[in-house]
Ligand binder design. Sequence first.
Ligand code: GDD
Ligand code: MN
Length: 379
Amino acid sequence: MSLSPDEPVVTAISVEERVGSPDITVVVPCYREVDNVEPLVCALEDALTGRDWEVIFVDDNSPDGTIDVIRRLARTNWRVRGICRIGRKGLSSAVIEGILASSARFVAVMDGDLQHDQTRLGDMIDALARNRCDIAIGSRHVEGGDNAGLANAWRHALSNGGIRLAQMMLPVHVGDPMSGFFALKRDLFVRTAPRLSGQGFKILMDIILSAPEKLRVEEIPCTFHPRNAGESKLDAVVLLQFVGLILEKLFRGWLPLRFIGFATVGLTGVGVNLIVMMLLRSVGMDFGLAQEVSTLVAISSNFWLDNKLVYSDRRLRGMRLLGGFLVFLLVCAVGAWANIGIVQLFRAKGEGLGQASAAGAMIGVVWNYAVSSTLIWKA
Ligand code: GDD
Ligand code: MN
């Protein structure tokens, strides 16, 4: 990297006063938050005065140059660290990587858009340090909390629905399980990490549902402020990932979320196939050709949905999308061949058509999923 003319050349290693890692790491997932990074660092400096802390921003290579601001601040301030992920995406998985990069005793997680009230961080850490709880949650839904910053009535309805659903599943009562503002001891997180789903936005729920023991929760009242700059990243995919997280936890990790998504997309493909087939037949197309065309349309729509929803964090674009589609066609062809083979085998053994078809479809979808996950949408 070349230096700009007015930048001094470093000729000696500067001696750092600081030795060892701080006591608290604040992990901040961020995507397209270029105008929020510096105000957040200033806010944390005020809120955590007198405490031993650092902040780790985890950015997914945002196109707005968020990581450049983080790096510029990090050059002169040891409290600021950054992780830039390339080819990976998602709030929850960003939080996981950020916490795993920490060596502190306590970790806190908060958004990078100043919606969370950083002045409550001290109370959250104290609740942990005094061993009052295993996880301290910044909560909008306890006495003294406030949810004013949620953008509109639709988001309120969504949030309340999500809370109801979450509360039915959680082993402990949490007033605000949808919060993205919380703190816990790093070693508890590390013990939990292998079981996390890491999908979507709701990492707090993921942690409570995946923890090796029932957690003691303390909720600290917080105000959820309106966003500082930029816009929310919550979209339909994120909502589906929330439903997926719930399903995955209901199945206790035996059925991975991706598989559930993949199989559901597969089912929509059956519908697409039938509808296109009927349409083509109704305009008089010959049966064989109509079958081929409708199969191709169904495979294409499956591929598109898988790329958009099931593998949204590894989404293919451009030439890789085209290459992926060709491999997908091949994989589906082999899957269909295995499917038919199994159906015939079961029929030959005297099984009913229903059982034989179910077994064939099962083998087909497991094959398609296994190969797609390893060959097309690689981790
Ligand atoms: N690294 C990374 N990658 N960060 C992301 C991504 C991603 O794909 N998507 C979102 N973020 C970051 C945002 O930049 C922001 O700092 C934080 O995660 C929250 O995202 P927002 O897009 O601001 O979400 P929100 O305000 O709609 O939802 C938040 O509010 C909920 C309360 O209703 C989330 O923080 C939830 O966790 C919180 O519970
Ligand atoms: Mn936000």
